[in-house]
Each structure stands twice: as C-alpha cells, then as structure tokens.
Design a protein around this ligand. Structure first.
Ligand code: 2U9
Length: 357
C-alpha cells in the first residue's frame, strides 16, 4: 500500500515540469489533506504493535517524498534560471534602444565654452575653495575690515571667530582663487577662475548662489589695451558675432585701479535684442588694472608686475546667449526645462566645431 503510493508520488514528482505543478504534487501528498498526511494521521488510532510496524514505514514514505520534492525543485529552479538568463541576454554590439537621457546644464555648457575660448588665448583654468577665510576673500583684495564694499557683498559668514581675519565665509566672488594663484605661482600668470559664489540676495534676477568667471593676467607691461582686446576676442567667440563693440565706462572696485564697467553693443530685430551693432548697450562685464596694493599683498613687486582682471556672471551670459528669461529656473531641476535648454553630453564645445554647438 505505502509502496504503491510512494511509487505513484515519485513518478508524479518526476513528471512535474514546472514549479507550480511540483507544488500541486506536494500539497496533494504533504498538505493538510494530502495523501501522506492522511496516512500519518492513522498512526494515532493504531495499537502499539501495529504502530511499531507502520510508523517507520510511513515516516520513510514521508522522507522519500520530501527528498524527491527537494531534488526536483532544485532541478526546476536551475532550469528556470537558465531560461531567464538565456532570455535576458543583451547584445552589447547593438546601438542603444532608448533616446539619450540626461543633459548638460546651460551653466556647465557656458563654463566649458569659456574655458575653450580662453584656453585658445593661453589661459589656464584655476579653482579654489568655496568656503574661504576673510583675508583671501576681502583683505587681500584691498577690502580691509570696515570697508563699505563689504556691506555690498551681502556675505554669508560662518558663526565662529567673528571679527578675525580667519573668520570663515562662503566666497562672494571667485577672486580669492586669483589671490591663491598669485601667492603660489611665479608670473607670468594667465588664468580664469570659474565657479560658484554666494551672496545673501534673492529675487527674480538674483539667487543666493550664482556663477562667475573671473580672469587674471599678471606680467610685465600689461595695459588696459590688453584687457580690451582679450574681452573683445572673448565676446566675439562666445556670441559668434564679428561686429562687436565694447564700451568701457569708468567705475570703482577696491581691487582694480582704474576700474571699468563694460557694455556690449546690441541691436533690436523683430522684438528681440541680439549682440552686435551699437543701437543700445548692455552691461555684461567688469574689470580693470589690478590694484598695486593687491599685487603687493600677494608678495609680488608692483613696480615689476602689473596685470588686468575682469569678472562676468555666467548665469547672465547663458540667459543672453540661449534666451532664458527667469534666472530661478536654472536651479529648479525641472526635467522639462533641462530637456529644453540642456545640451547633449557628447556635444563638447570646441573652437573648430563652434562653441555655440
Ligand atoms: C584679483 C584682482 C582683481 C575681478 C573683477 C569685476 C571687476 C566685476 C562682476 C561681474 C558680474 C561680478 O558676477 S558679477 O556680478 N565682476 O565687475 N571683477 S574686476 O578683479 C580681480 C580679481 C582678482 C586678484
């Protein structure tokens, strides 16, 4: 009786071709109302002698069925995994099926474009910390404590060490990068310093974090003429127009003397303003000759070394070139905006290929 049942169950287990079918056999044998379970239940009603004979037989049956189920399960699982792996095989030689995802943010794009333009003029890219000390951000730049220019910068200070030159802050401009470069490198120096800067200011045209590129040239016999040519060359390459006029207006910055605010000539066509011509003027840059005191603060002799410096807001340059009108959208991380204004990752700006790609 147990022999026939065992033979039947073992052949049913062998015949199961799926894990579901195997489970049905298990429930039919070992489940609550299974055939083996039912036999095991009869042990309780047997005489001790009978149980002595039937007990080992029925337990042997249960063990044989359990072992066969486990073995068959392992076989079926291996087969299922093999089928899955065969099915999910990827042909790496095929082109990608989906459209490319992700894009280069316009700010990164503009930084890359400017790095490319200035590399062609012999400028290296320099970087430095965004958390700065008071001396590198202000004092070295001829902005001593109590100087009114400090109020204009709306600085985010760290709470400790108030009043000391070691007081830490979020840099309000990238100028400390140029200070650090002058203190560690021998002139001639030709660098641009792109990066994030922070000021406690927020409205439609100001965000508490924004991006600048500043440039610095230190050499012998540098003049404002070099500054004008450099910026004209940069603006022509960046906006991809030849007919560009820059207007230098006298201004004041503590770190440059003389100082200028620089407008680019623009013209109106069909209701939109475009760079080039001289119908109206748009202020985009500031600059000047590096103040001799700044040069001396960095351990260089201002009688030997002169230079020019300039600064420009990247976010504003991006808006002008690519036609966005709300600065705040730059930092919303809205995928629809990024898909519209972003750049393809492989379209790296090159002078030969066009920096406007
Ligand atoms: C050193 C010496 C001089 C950097 C300069 C400007 C003028 C300037 C603004 C442009 C738009 C900031 O982002 S913005 O608001 N910048 O007008 N920046 S001169 O002068 C330096 C820098 C470093 C050692």
């Amino acid at each position: 009786m147990t022999d026939t049942l065992q033979a039947d169950l073992l052949s049913a287990i062998d015949a199961a071709t799926s894990l579901d079918a195997l489970e049905a056999v298990r429930v039919g044998a070992l489940g609550k109302s299974g055939s083996v379970t039912a036999l095991l239940k009869t042990l309780g009603g047997m005489s001790p002698d009978e149980r002595q004979v039937q007990g080992p037989l029925l337990n042997g049956l249960r063990e044989a069925v359990t072992a066969a189920l486990a073995a068959r399960k392992a076989v079926l699982e291996t087969a299922a995994l093999d089928a899955k792996l065969a099915n999910e095989k990827l042909d790496m030689t095929l082109p990608v099926a989906d459209a490319p995802r992700g894009s280069i943010h316009p700010i990164s794009q503009v930084m890359d474009e400017l790095a490319e333009i200035f590399a062609d003029l012999g400028f290296a890219v320099a970087g430095g910390p965004e958390i700065e000390d008071d001396w590198h951000n202000f004092t070295a730049l001829n902005i001593p404590p109590e100087h009114p220019a400090r109020a204009m910068h709306d600085t985010f200070y760290f709470p400790d060490q108030a009043g000391s030159e070691k007081r830490m802050l979020l840099r309000t401009h990238t100028s400390p990068v140029q200070i650090r470069t002058m203190m560690t490198q021998e002139p001639p120096i030709r660098i641009i310093a792109p990066g994030r800067v922070y000021r406690s200011d927020s409205d439609a045209t100001h965000t508490p974090m924004f991006h600048q590129v500043e440039g610095l040239v230190i050499d012998r016999d540098i003049t404002m003429g070099h500054l004008r040519w450099t910026l004209e060359t940069m603006v022509k390459a960046f906006f991809e127009v030849d007919d560009v006029t820059l207007q230098f207006r006298p201004s004041f910055f503590p770190f440059t003397e003389p100082s200028v605010e620089i407008d680019v000539g623009c013209s109106w066509s069909g209701g939109t303003l475009s760079i080039g011509g001289s119908e109206s003027w748009l202020e985009i840059l500031g600059g000047g000759m590096v103040h001799p005191r700044v040069i001396a603060n960095c351990g260089l002799d201002p009688e030997v070394w002169q230079g020019f410096a300039f600064g420009v807001g990247i976010d504003r340059l991006a808006m002008l070139k690519y036609g966005m009108n709300d600065l705040r959208a730059f930092f919303d991380a809205d995928l629809r905006w990024l898909n519209h204004y972003g750049f393809r990752a492989l379209d790296v700006p090159t002078l030969s290929g066009g920096v406007g790609a």
